[in-house]
Design a binder for this molecule. Structure first.
Ligand SMILES: [Zn+2]
Length: 68
């Protein structure tokens, strides 16, 4: 299963088979540790975070698919 560390602190790592599942697993950590990042009220709107998240997940997913 693709593994992804938290993009903002790297302190937690989650495994999930789909972007949606990863989002569900990662979100509680973000709400607790990086609420300002996902709240969409300050520098990084939620859509920007979602774009980063999607790109990061796709990267680990591609890596996972190509590794033996
Ligand atoms: Zn974090």
């Amino acid at each position: 299963m693709p593994k992804m560390a938290c993009m903002d602190c790297g302190a937690v790592v989650y495994e999930a088979d789909s972007l949606r599942e990863m989002l569900v697993k990662m979100m509680p950590h973000y709400l607790e540790a990086h609420r300002d990042v996902v709240s969409g009220t300050c520098l990084q709107p939620r859509s920007t975070w979602m774009a980063r998240f999607t790109a990061a997940y796709q990267a680990v997913n591609d890596e996972h698919k190509t590794s033996p």
